[in-house]
Design a protein around this ligand. Structure first.
Ligand SMILES: [Zn+2]
Length: 124
């Protein structure tokens, strides 16, 4: 059985210049007009990958979008929002995480947690 590689920005294409190098999904980023392989990813590619990860997890997207509008939104509010939209399992998950961290969980971190959970579930 093949091991699932860890998710990286390589999964999405790199945006074209000036932000990125236009590398197709699955290919490494390049520099110097494509002649040299980069060991890191262009920031624009990482950003588009983060967006794609959120899009794949509706509950996380919901929380991330709300957190963008409400600065300093707390994990507890994220849980309420999830409940209100019928994501009860995810809401419970976030409430547990908030209590595990003694209340120190932001909505942004809550969204990241949900993405991590979903990706771990896929690779099982
Ligand atoms: Zn690139």
């Amino acid at each position: 059985m093949a091991a699932t590689p860890p998710p990286t920005p390589r999964a999405v294409p790199c945006p074209p210049a000036p932000g990125g190098c236009d590398a197709p999904a699955g290919q490494p980023c390049t520099s110097h007009s494509g002649t040299r392989e980069r060991h890191t990813f262009h920031r624009a590619r990482t950003a588009s990958w983060e967006t794609a990860r959120l899009e794949a997890v509706p509950a996380a997207k919901l929380v991330a979008d709300a957190a963008k509008l409400r600065r300093g939104m707390h994990g507890a509010h994220a849980a309420e929002l999830l409940d209100a939209h019928g994501h009860t399992t995810e809401a419970e998950r976030i409430r547990l995480a908030v209590s595990d961290r003694n209340g120190l969980l932001s909505a942004k971190q809550a969204a990241e947690l949900l993405v991590d959970d979903a990706e771990r579930g896929e690779s099982r």
